[in-house]
Design a protein around this ligand. Structure first.
Ligand SMILES: C[S@@+](CC[C@H](N)C(=O)[O-])C[C@H]1O[C@@H](n2cnc3c(N)ncnc32)[C@H](O)[C@@H]1O
Length: 253
């Protein structure tokens, strides 16, 4: 009896690992997140028990923690009785996926577990849109950061909030997940910390799926971008590169 934390990748089922696909085809129980696409779930056997444990975007942290407790309980319950349990998470389980917390719960319960990494949306989504995370002469570092912070424009005193001033100073590529609700505050904080308002920015919504949309703008224009989640925000010169992505209608689309 083993619980497998499987990364489903950013959306396109072709980006799921071979190991992940093999486990989905043989799983007895699958607990899946909101961002896992129906194309990926199609691999699950009809006889398997499939449980949607997704959290709604914008859920407050109290409700999200409550839901996370329920997920922990389900993992332990099924991990004790089913031969193959797959905990299927969007992207990679260890990138803003609370995968570490779930492993700690399984460890405490004495249940065997295995991690099957996935293609994280932080790199796979910009990549599929033709935006490299690093590029010789343009960006020598990339930082993946959560935009889910209530205080992007000020020091919140919360040690878990990103330090936007420090991030602005790195000069490298910033990839912001869960940042659409705070995009105006994030842009203002980065500009206030010295990042040029003309810095190229790309916002990619529903990356690697047929609904993928990319908007190119600048830090000064980020607040005006009218795309909802799920979206990845890329800040830095790489976002201005005109590489033509497969399936796009032209450079910069
Ligand atoms: C809770 S985080 C989970 C990240 C995930 N573990 C990963 O490695 O991609 C969810 C955020 O990932 C980003 N995301 C996930 N899939 C995406 C997609 N197909 N297109 C754009 N953004 C995506 C969005 O920023 C979304 O708000």
């Amino acid at each position: 009896m083993t619980v497998y934390l499987v990364g489903a990748g950013p959306g396109d089922p072709g980006l799921l690992t071979l190991r992940g696909a093999e486990l989905l085809r043989s799983a007895d129980v699958v607990l899946y997140d909101r961002l896992v696409t129906s194309d990926v779930l199609r691999l699950v056997r009809n006889e398997a028990l499939c449980i949607d444990v997704g959290k709604q975007p914008g859920t407050d942290s109290g409700a999200a923690d409550h839901r996370q407790d329920d997920i922990g309980r389900l993992l332990v319950e099924h991990g004790r009785t089913a031969a193959i349990v797959v905990r299927l998470k969007g992207g990679d389980p260890f990138v803003f996926g609370r995968g570490g917390e779930e492993i700690e719960i399984l460890e405490r319960a004495g249940i065997a577990w295995e991690i099957v990494p996935g293609v994280t949306s932080a790199l796979g989504v910009p990549g599929a849109a033709g935006i490299p995370a690093t590029h010789r002469g343009l960006a020598s570092s990339v930082t993946i950061v959560t935009g889910q912070t209530r205080h992007a424009g000020e020091s919140s005193g919360c040690r878990h909030d990103p330090d936007w001033a420090a991030l602005a100073r790195t000069g490298g590529t910033l990839v912001i997940l869960m940042g659409m609700a705070s995009r105006a505050a994030i842009a203002a904080a980065l500009i206030a910390a010295g990042r040029c308002p003309d810095t190229p920015v790309a916002v990619i919504q529903n990356g690697t799926t047929p609904a993928q949309r990319t908007v190119r703008t600048t830090l000064a224009g980020l607040a005006e971008v009218d795309l909802g989640p799920p979206a990845v925000i890329v800040v830095g010169p790489v976002a201005g590169l005109g590489l033509r992505a497969r399936g796009s209608e032209g450079p910069g689309v």
